[in-house]
Design a protein around this ligand. Structure first.
Ligand SMILES: [Zn+2]
Length: 108
């Protein structure tokens, strides 16, 4: 996974396409090759689900596929980062998430 902080989100029908505004490099420093994209559902703080299209790249040096993930998405989480952070610091009770999900966020 490669995190990007400089990106554009473009709405296309029901999808939100995330495009990086900076050249993508692998964490090892090598240049990467485009390898398609993958849809990911992310739930916002209000419980609405949006489908984000994340680009995938391949690093020939590591022989690995990496997802390009914008910084509002936490890796391997289904919710927006702001919702999770809010629950963790007590400013948000994220009614959209169920109890077990919230329990897991607080534990980590
Ligand atoms: Zn690499």
């Amino acid at each position: 996974m490669i995190k990007v902080t400089n990106y554009t989100v473009q709405k296309k029908k029901d999808n939100y396409i995330v495009r990086s505004n900076e050249p993508i490099r692998c964490s090892c420093g090598a240049e990467v090759l485009k390898r398609g994209s993958k849809g990911r559902y992310i739930v916002g703080n209000d419980g609405t689900k949006k489908r984000y299209i994340l680009k995938r790249v391949y690093c020939p040096a590591c022989d690995k596929l990496h997802m390009i993930v914008p910084d509002f998405i936490e890796p391997y989480k289904q919710y927006e980062k702001s919702a999770i952070d809010g629950v963790r610091n007590g400013t948000n009770d994220c009614s959209a998430a169920d109890d077990s999900t919230i329990y897991r966020w607080k534990k980590l």
